[in-house]
Design a protein around this ligand. Sequence first.
Ligand code: COA
Length: 158
Amino acid sequence: MIKKLTKNDFDLYYSIYFDERINPFLMFDKTAKNKFKKDYLKTLKIANLYGFFIKGKLVGVVGFRIGKGRSSHTAYIAPLAVLPEYQKKGIATKLMKFVEKKCKAKGIKKLWLDVVKTAKPAYRLYKKLGYKKEGTQKAQVKIHGKYLDCILMAKFLR
Ligand SMILES: CC(C)(COP(=O)(O)OP(=O)(O)OC[C@H]1O[C@@H](n2cnc3c(N)ncnc32)[C@H](O)[C@@H]1OP(=O)(O)O)[C@@H](O)C(=O)NCCC(=O)NCCS
């Protein structure tokens, strides 16, 4: 079941985000819980965070943010993560399709995201869902001391 996240979901969100099998593919290095909570609460206000729940347990998350002004026909998707024990069961696909449906209903024309080049499963997932590569952002992120490229991808909604 997919539900909008609230402040009560923070602890589980934190444990997914900083799971060491997931975090190397996301945007933030390990951050103290109280500091990350402030960012989480801010994100709840300015973005749309949803969770995939199984028997009340949060096992996957997705977020999207609608662009402003002349980019208000676009939405940026991040983060996307599924707990390793629940991967390869179609949960990320369901979360991405959910975002697509929501965005379509809001009149959004273009979804975009960036994926660090080491995130092979995510890249395959996006390609499978019809996202196309738009370019490479050289040395866009520094993860565990290494500068890594990100691939920009997008999908046009019709
Ligand atoms: C990427 C991620 C969200 C996929 O979650 P998931 O629920 O396992 O994905 P799904 O089961 O919906 O998989 C759909 C497709 O994605 C691709 N995929 C998913 N996991 C894969 C893996 N381990 N290896 C290769 N391809 C994979 C496949 O194309 C798969 O289709 P298939 O099952 O027909 O082969 C998950 O692996 C994850 O949380 N990774 C760490 C965080 C991350 O990389 N987030 C993305 C940041 S941009």
